[in-house]
Design a protein around this ligand. Structure first.
Ligand code: VG1
Ligand code: CO
Length: 562
């Protein structure tokens, strides 16, 4: 087969965000748009590209198939020697990470916009993951972006027949310009399931879910939200662990538009699951996942909500009951900056290192590779460990169930015991989605100016009978302890003298307008059983007052509260 060079012109909007390039499907459908970005990813790999193998797959959302065909043709022309692709293009984000590591390949191209809605009117996304299985660090995504601004041509093999190629398992080879080019279509879940079996004790988990003569079945309800995890949930929970396909799982068939829902596991977008648990108190546990399977939400009986920050702390405190950690030991812990500091207390008690990194999973990778980090998480429903280099929704659920089995306690009791021991970091996040970009930027500039004023530190703010005094304010920047790379402007932090925090940042995953996030946290040693929204109300009011959010955006209420 012959490769050809196609002239093209740059697009000016191909800057990858927090986790890859995410745009409306119709943007990716523009002539040469996807081709340009794929060519720039490959060009950014430099000398390593020739003869390399890459993993390709994603959450199966609309436009995945044409995008994969484009990747096959462009990769073949650029002297990639092999692509390993999930059947029908399906691979969860954690599965891609696991495959890159197991197969020891150069990297992977992940086709997903994660928790963003899918379908022809919604979002598509492309993300590159590096050799360690993790999202490409800033230095690589910046290189890709620079290339997209000056691309003049891409290489492709138009005569390579891609029709239905991803439908059938097996290996096919092509002769492209005298070189052998291989496409291997693999089972989407086989290797990932094997990995989970290695990490967890499936016998114990099966006994928990099925029940034994000593203990009734622990009744779970898992919601895949029509995303990619359906495939993995069926294989792991139904086939391996004996869960009921009718009563223990829901929405487990991946749909390319996620059934027109927002596949984001939180109290707003996974309301269906919350309601199902509230309606049927025989359920002991609920969990939901996002479109690409890296996020998780954990619920207990009657939909008792576990904040992701607390989830991380509880896991940190109980890891040793999981065989993987028994075997490999437990290095440090880490969280993203806006994530509540509950895990810091566990680290202090257990004498482990704790790291605070910017938002985005890519910042955990170096620490894991250096053997300094075993468990980490983000407030945005992301939890994971050093078994791979992405957050992992199913892993989190298996970890929770392992702890429940080990302690023989329900979710709520585990949380209450934890808070009694450590106190409670109350946390909430207010999201204002699709604000005007201009007004969102003005709000951030206003905050910058405010904290730059020397008199801001020491100021007190009062609301609802509570008073908070500013101890420190900055725009978070991070120096990676392993390679000393620097990430600036990662969010405005206002730290109060009692440990409470207000954090403001703009989202880097949206596809239209700007999303303002306000993260609100306070700590209570004794009063650990109050409703979080009530406890945090005074601080929320202060946060709105300081930012003058209403003035800048005209918004009365947030779009989502988590
Ligand atoms: C959001 C979250 C962040 C997460 C990122 C990717 O980013 O806040 O914690 O890592 O999404 O998650 P942002 O920039 O919109 O706040 V996902 O499941 O896309 O892979
Ligand atoms: Co995701």
């Amino acid at each position: 087969l012959e490769s050809v060079i196609v002239p093209t012109t740059p697009f000016d909007d191909q800057k990858p965000g927090t986790s890859g390039l995410r745009k409306k499907v119709k943007v990716f459908m523009q002539k040469n748009y996807t081709e340009n970005f794929v060519q720039c990813i490959l060009d950014a790999l430099g000398e390593k590209l020739k003869g390399s193998t890459l993993v390709v797959g994603g959450d199966g959302r609309y436009f995945s198939k044409p995008a994969i065909n484009t990747i096959i043709r462009i990769a073949s022309a650029n002297e990639v020697s092999k692509l390993i692709i999930g059947q029908l293009g399906i691979l969860s984000t954690p599965a891609v990470s696991a495959l890159i590591r197991q197969e020891k390949v150069l990297g992977g191209i992940v086709l997903t916009a994660s928790h963003n809605p899918g379908g022809i009117r919604n979002d598509f996304g492309i993300k590159y993951n590096i050799e360690n299985g993790g999202p490409a660090p800033d230095q690589i995504t910046n290189t890709i972006y620079e290339l997209t601004k000056k691309i003049t041509q891409y290489k492709t093999t138009p005569s390579l027949e891609t029709d239905r190629i991803i439908d059938v398992l097996g290996t096919r080879t092509f002769n492209v310009e005298g070189r052998t080019f291989t496409v291997e279509i693999i089972d989407s879940s086989k290797e990932y399931v094997a990995l989970m079996k290695n990490i967890f004790d499936f016998h114990k988990l099966r006994a928990l879910i099925r029940g034994t003569d000593k203990r009734p079945a622990f009744h779970i309800l898992l919601d895949s939200m029509n995303g990619v995890t359906g495939v993995y949930v069926r294989n792991i929970f139904v086939e391996e662990l004996g869960a009921s396909p009718d009563n223990n799982v829901r929405r487990v068939v991946p749909l390319d538009n996620f059934g027109e829902i927002h596949p984001d596991p939180n109290l707003t977008y996974a309301k269906d699951l919350v309601n199902a648990l509230k309606a049927d108190s025989s359920y002991d546990f609920g969990a939901a996942f996002d479109g690409d399977g890296d996020r998780n939400m954990i619920l207990g009986k009657n939909a008792f909500f576990v904040t992701p920050s607390d989830s991380l702390a509880v896991l940190a405190n109980n890891l040793e009951c999981i065989p993987y950690f028994k075997k490999n030991g437990i290095n440090g812990f880490a969280r993203s900056m806006p994530t509540a500091a509950a895990v810091d207390r566990v680290a202090a008690k257990l004498g482990k290192e704790i790291f605070e990194v910017p938002t985005g999973w890519k910042y955990f990778g170096n620490l894991m590779d250096a053997g300094r980090l075993s468990l980490c998480g983000e407030e945005s429903f992301g939890t994971g460990s050093n078994h791979i280099r992405e957050k992992d929704g199913l892993w989190a659920v298996l970890a929770w169930l392992s702890i429940i089995e080990h302690k023989n306690m329900g979710v709520e009791d585990i949380l209450k015991e934890h808070w009694k021991l450590y106190g409670r970091n109350y946390f909430t996040r207010y999201d204002y989605e699709e604000c005007e970009t201009e007004s969102a930027n003005q709000l951030m500039q206003h905050l910058e100016a405010l904290i730059a004023d020397g008199s801001f530190v020491g100021k007190s703010f009062c609301s609802g009978g509570k008073s908070y005094t500013v101890a420190k304010a900055d725009n978070f920047s991070y120096v990676d302890p392993i390679d000393n790379s620097v990430a600036n402007n990662q969010g405005i932090r206002i730290l109060f003298d009692d440990g409470s925090r207000l954090i403001y940042r703009l989202s880097g995953t949206g596809s239209s307008g700007a999303t303002i996030r306000i993260y609100i946290e306070c700590y209570e040693k004794e009063d650990v059983l109050t409703d979080a929204q009530i406890m945090l109300k005074p601080l929320v009011n202060i946060g709105l007052e300081i930012s003058q959010l209403k003035k800048f955006t005209g918004r009365e209420e947030p779009t989502v509260i988590t």
